[in-house]
Design a protein around this ligand. Sequence first.
Ligand code: CAA
Length: 257
Amino acid sequence: MAYEYILTASEDGIGIITLNRPKILNALNLQLVDELVAELERMDRDPDIRAIILTGNDKAFAAGADINEMAEASAIEIMKRDQFAVWDRMSLISKPIIGAVSGFVLGGGCELMMNCDIVIASETAVIGQPEIKLGVMPGAGGTQRLTRAVGLRKAMEMLLTGEPISAKEALRYGLVNRVVPVEAYFQEARKLAKQIAAQPPLAVQMIKKAVHKADDLPLGEGMDYERNGFYLLLASEDRKEGMQAFLEKRKPRFTGK
Ligand code: CAA
């Protein structure tokens, strides 16, 4: 499929999606988000891909929704566009998404980062939700996911001032997993993606789902969900292979069956 605003690649069980509007700091216009979601869904269906990296460039992961596209549109036009509905499909992707972020990670860029399951950040990343400075508020999950990630008070400060935080501070608040020099963030994400791609795919997907349920379900229901996933995985070929390989003191070869 030919895309205008993203680049795609795959290697050794991982899919790589690169946001590609460098001249305007990867501002997220409607077409870019449509292309991104279409490719995520395609990679989700591709049996050769077991983990996905989502990245931008060193200067910007993404500086938010495309303000040019929003500035002239009326409230009713934007409501009719229902432009965030396509974002909801991102949370249905069953394979793990690893964000490799650097530079500006703002507004919709921060919301996109929060849609990733694991995030490797470069030391240069500045992360925030500046929508308030434009007279609006986040529309793609910023108030909800940021609050769940960093807690109410820090989220309140970031959302009400619109000021970004550094990668180091984001690490302290658990908003990203690791911070590494700018030369290394993509390689670090690739290493991690390959490590996850070598795990049994059914267990990877079941764990991803169960972890996300922790945000949505009361503890008892979450525990039930986890247990049922555990029982289901006992029926997989990969469970036989994993346990057999342990007993035979060899490396397992997981097939996703
Ligand atoms: N939309 C459209 N264009 C953008 C953009 C955006 N979000 N962010 C940057 N650009 C463009 C600039 O207009 C500029 O274009 P020109 O060269 O044609 O003038 C180019 O990218 C480079 O930007 P700057 O010259 O401003 O670069 P800088 O280094 O001086 O500043 C910045 C960088 C601090 C990120 C600044 O560009 C900025 O504040 N951008 C807007 C950030 C923002 O408010 N994001 C939230 C958008 S709303 C949103 O995301 C809603 C939601 O919840 C989904």
